[in-house]
Every structure is written in structure tokens, then in C-alpha cells.
Design a protein around this ligand. Structure first.
Ligand code: ACO
Length: 333
């Protein structure tokens, strides 16, 4: 059984409630039908029942009837959610009128359902941009205790089994936080370790990447990675982590031995933490395209409940996979 099959099987056992705010979107409805059919999760679709059933009929989908369908214009808990929004955002001056408008947006409604315990996780982004999917989560679901920053990890499934854990590596942050401070970078490492254990199912060996290995270059950007490594160790003393390391020293045994002798990570890292979103996003896309790796994610981490963002170019099977991952995160919460 490969990793994605395993993730789907694990999701079946925990039967979480996943809300899909883009409930009238074509690929989302097809994915929902497959998820229900395979028993991967319970599905809540947001949108008009009429529009959803019309789309289901067009694709001859037989299982959508079993989804909970919630119309954002008619939900019986709307008043309660508006009250929660005003309470949670009164320090930002949110008025009742503004909240009444916002809650009609399915991306806000999905988030409030999670906050109120009416759903366990959310997947969106087939139709909406990353910022629009994440902002309601940042504002209402917020981050886990001890974590201030949400980040995005990719599970990189390489053709070459020589690297990482039998060809699987975790890269972060590749999706969310453009320029982390040293303590935010440490949080990203700690959150990625949790994602690695919970979703990929192996023990993380984390390399904090830089253009320098163990003092080979001096620069404030190098200092940031050195300090982040120290802070991450303070946050999680059992973490297997080392830095600063260049990418080759992190993943090639002979180079690791040579450039960072004595390091238990150099040469055999299975988790790569990038110093900025620029580097992480560029690196995952290059590995995906040049090395034909499968890039699964981004798996968003650090949020108090899982909200995951799709690429707008996603396929039905990408959505099914991300629902299964989200269910696993919800079950591990
Ligand atoms: N973690 C936790 N909270 C956050 C984060 C974060 N990473 N970023 C912003 N917030 C919070 C802020 O604290 C603020 O909270 P508040 O309203 O309670 O004070 C709220 O979210 C809004 O903050 P803004 O700074 O206004 O954030 P904005 O909404 O403008 O931007 C966004 C957030 C959209 C995620 C931005 O950081 C961004 O554009 N990141 C890049 C996303 C991207 O394009 N990724 C690459 C493509 S994805 C891919 O290729 C797979």
C-alpha cells in the first residue's frame, strides 16, 4: 500500500466531518461523491441544494444525496455564528452588519462551522485564491497553542527511493509565510515535525537549510537559520534537527560527512525546512518538475483545526487526497 492509499485508509477509520465551501464547484462535487462512496469522510457541501444536485445529475453522481448540504443563505445557526464573529473580532471593530455580510461567504461560514464544532476540517481553493481561503481561518480558527504562524508543507514522493524515507521527503514552508523571523522559522520546523509523524508516518530528521554549512559563510541570513535551529531545539528538545546546512550536505551522505562531520542529520535528512517562502516554493516546484516527484499538498500546519488550500488547477483526485489528509489532521488534533 503506498502512502496516499494508507492516508485514505486511515481517514476511513476515523470518519471525520469535512466541510467543502466550494460546494457547487464541478471537481469538488465529483470528489465529494467519491469520498462518500469510499467512506473516506463525512461531507458537508456549502451551496444551494438545487445547484449542487443539478451538477451531480450532470455527472451521474449517485452518492451526493448522502452529503449534508448547507445553504449559506438559510442556515439555522447563522445568528449564532454572527454573534460569535462579533465577539471574536470586536477588538478589530467588526460590526454586526459586517459580520452578517461576511457569513454569507461560504469560506467564512465553513470556518465558523469548524469554530463552533459543527465540522472537523475544511478543504477549499479549487475556485478561490490562497489568501481568501486562509484569511477566515487565521481570523477565527487561529493557531495551535505555542504556534503563532501557519505554514504549508509538501509531501514530496520521489521516483528515486535513495532520498528521505524510502523516497519520501517533507518540504516546508512552501506555501504561506513569505519571510519568517528566526522564531517563526523554529515554529515551522516544530510544526513540520508533527505533520511528518501524523501524516507521512515516519520519524522526522530535520535539516534547516541555508547557503552555508556550519559556518562556511557569514551573513545575517545564515544567522537567522542558526538561531532558528537553536530555538526549535528549545521548543522541542527531543527533535532530531540540525542546521545550518546546505541542501547537498543535508541529503548526500558523503557530502554531509565531509561538510558537517558528527551531525546526525547531515547526509540523511528526510525533512527540509527552507529559510523563506521564496526558497521553499521554488525548490518544491523544481523538484516536482525536474525530478518528476509527486508533490502532495500544501498540507497547512499550525492552525488550531485543519483548513487546507487546493491549487486552482487541481484534479478530482487531488481534492480526494487533500480531504483524506485533512481528515487525518483532524483525527490527530
Ligand atoms: N499564520 C497565522 N496567522 C497569519 C499568517 C500566518 N502565516 N499570516 C497572516 N496571519 C493573520 C494576521 O495575523 C492577521 O490576523 P488578525 O486579522 O487577527 O490581526 C490576519 O491573518 C490577516 O493578516 P494580513 O497580514 O492582512 O494577511 P493577508 O491576509 O494579507 O495575507 C496571506 C496572508 C494571504 C497568506 C499572505 O501571507 C500571502 O499571500 N502568502 C503567500 C501565499 C502564496 O501566494 N503562496 C504561494 C502559492 S501556494 C503554492 O504554490 C502551493
Amino acid at each position: 500500500m503506498n502512502l496516499l492509499e494508507k492516508i485514505r485508509e486511515q481517514a476511513k477509520a476515523i470518519n471525520q466531518r469535512i466541510v467543502l465551501p466550494e460546494g457547487t464547484e464541478e471537481r469538488t462535487i465529483q470528489a465529494a461523491d467519491q469520498v462518500i462512496n469510499e467512506g473516506i469522510a463525512r461531507i458537508i457541501l456549502l451551496g444551494s441544494r438545487e445547484d449542487i444536485m443539478k451538477e451531480a445529475k450532470k455527472h451521474n453522481l449517485k452518492h451526493i444525496e448522502q452529503a449534508s448540504i448547507v445553504d449559506p443563505n438559510q442556515h439555522d445557526k447563522i445568528d449564532h455564528y454572527i454573534h460569535m464573529m462579533v465577539e471574536l473580532r470586536k477588538h478589530k471593530g467588526l460590526t454586526r452588519d459586517e459580520a452578517s455580510q461576511l457569513i454569507r461567504d461560504p469560506l467564512y461560514l465553513g470556518t465558523l462551522m469548524i469554530k463552533n464544532g459543527d465540522a472537523d476540517g475544511e478543504v477549499a481553493g479549487a475556485r478561490n485564491a490562497t489568501g481568501d481561503v486562509l484569511r477566515p481561518g487565521f481570523q477565527y480558527v487561529k493557531t495551535l497553542p505555542g504556534i503563532t504562524v501557519v505554514s504549508g508543507a509538501f509531501i514530496m514522493i520521489m521516483k528515486d527511493k535513495e532520498f528521505g524515507n524510502d523516497g519520501i521527503m517533507i518540504f516546508a514552508d512552501c506555501a504561506v509565510h513569505p519571510d519568517p523571523t528566526e522564531s517563526e522559522l523554529a515554529e515551522i520546523a516544530v510544526a513540520t515535525a508533527k505533520t511528518t509523524k501524523a501524516i507521512a508516518g515516519f520519524e522526522p530528521r530535520i535539516a534547516m537549510l541555508s547557503f552555508s554549512t556550519k559556518g562556511s559563510a557569514k551573513h545575517e541570513m545564515v544567522d537567522k537559520v542558526i538561531n532558528a535551529t537553536r530555538i526549535a531545539k528549545e521548543m522541542a528538545p527531543d527533535l532530531k534537527i540540525d542546521g545550518e546546512l546546505q541542501a547537498d550536505a543535508a541529503i548526500i551522505e558523503s557530502i554531509g560527512r565531509n561538510k558537517a562531520p558528527g551531525s546526525e542529520i547531515a547526509g540523511n535528512a528526510n525533512v527540509l525546512i527552507f529559510p523563506s517562502l521564496d526558497t521553499g516554493n521554488i525548490a518544491y516546484k523544481l523538484v516536482q518538475r525536474l525530478a518528476y516527484a509527486e508533490a502532495v499538498g500544501p498540507v497547512l500546519q499550525g492552525m488550531a483545526a485543519p483548513i487546507n488550500d487546493l491549487s486552482r488547477g487541481c484534479s478530482v483526485s487531488d481534492i480526494v487526497n487533500l480531504i483524506a489528509i485533512t481528515a487525518n489532521q483532524a483525527g490527530n488534533k
